[in-house]
Design a binder for this molecule. Sequence first.
Ligand code: NAD
Length: 243
Amino acid sequence: MSLKYKKVIITGATGGIGNSLVKRFAEEGAIILATGTKEEKLNDLKKNFSSIQIAKFNLEEHSTIESFIESAVQKLGGLDILVNNAGINLDSLTIRMSEENWKKVLDINLTSTFLMCKSAIKKMIKNKSGKIINITSIVGHTGNFGQTNYSASKAGTVAFSKSLALEYAKKNININCVSPGFIKTEMTDKIPEEYKKMLINKIPAGDLGTGDDVSNCVVFLASDKANYINGETIHVNGGMYMA
Ligand SMILES: NC(=O)c1ccc[n+]([C@@H]2O[C@H](COP(=O)([O-])OP(=O)(O)OC[C@H]3O[C@@H](n4cnc5c(N)ncnc54)[C@H](O)[C@@H]3O)[C@@H](O)[C@H]2O)c1
């Protein structure tokens, strides 16, 4: 995919999809800075992929995002690709949802994506090129019971990415989304077995997806092969939702 020596920041690298992203970008020869909130998991990642750099970073600390990007660019020696993959869900029915849990999900999933993109794009404009891939979700398109905060954050990410793509297309910067369906990770491990069975029945492919299903698509969008794709969302969901 021609990602050799491309400098990439991957957020949420310690999660299920993040692990696969690190693996696929490493296979393609990219220079990787992997971030997450859990130090132990970051160290495990480094054991498996010795060439990567790691940085513990909490995306909730919005005021530190600009300086984080600055230090990441120093560490990597530049910035070609940003993958905003970190995300959380705090599910409950809306009438029971606290404002705190609404805000926390929006802060991490949407506002931090805005701030990461804002800082990264300043660097990419100077480079005269860049690729940003934001990880959204099927439920940002379909809605989901108990996930008004999460689905709003993911739908917001899609609309944000389209507007951003319009603003910076002429600067040779591509901003796209990958929208996974239900993927086998810690996030979906939390789904009760009964509900998981019901979900699987609704997936034409007959099973949850894997991290690699998602990361293969991200790697493609990060490559020169996707230069004419901008403001798009690619769905990776086993046919569960066809846009
Ligand atoms: N697993 C799925 O079925 C699925 C489906 C659709 C979309 N997604 C999206 O894919 C992305 C990755 O999901 P996953 O399943 O690998 O999740 P996961 O729970 O396995 O990993 C989440 C990652 O986000 C990081 N993170 C959480 N809070 C953070 C914070 N405050 N600051 C920085 N990093 C933080 C964690 O450290 C971890 O690395 C998320 O954006 C998620 O919403 C997942």
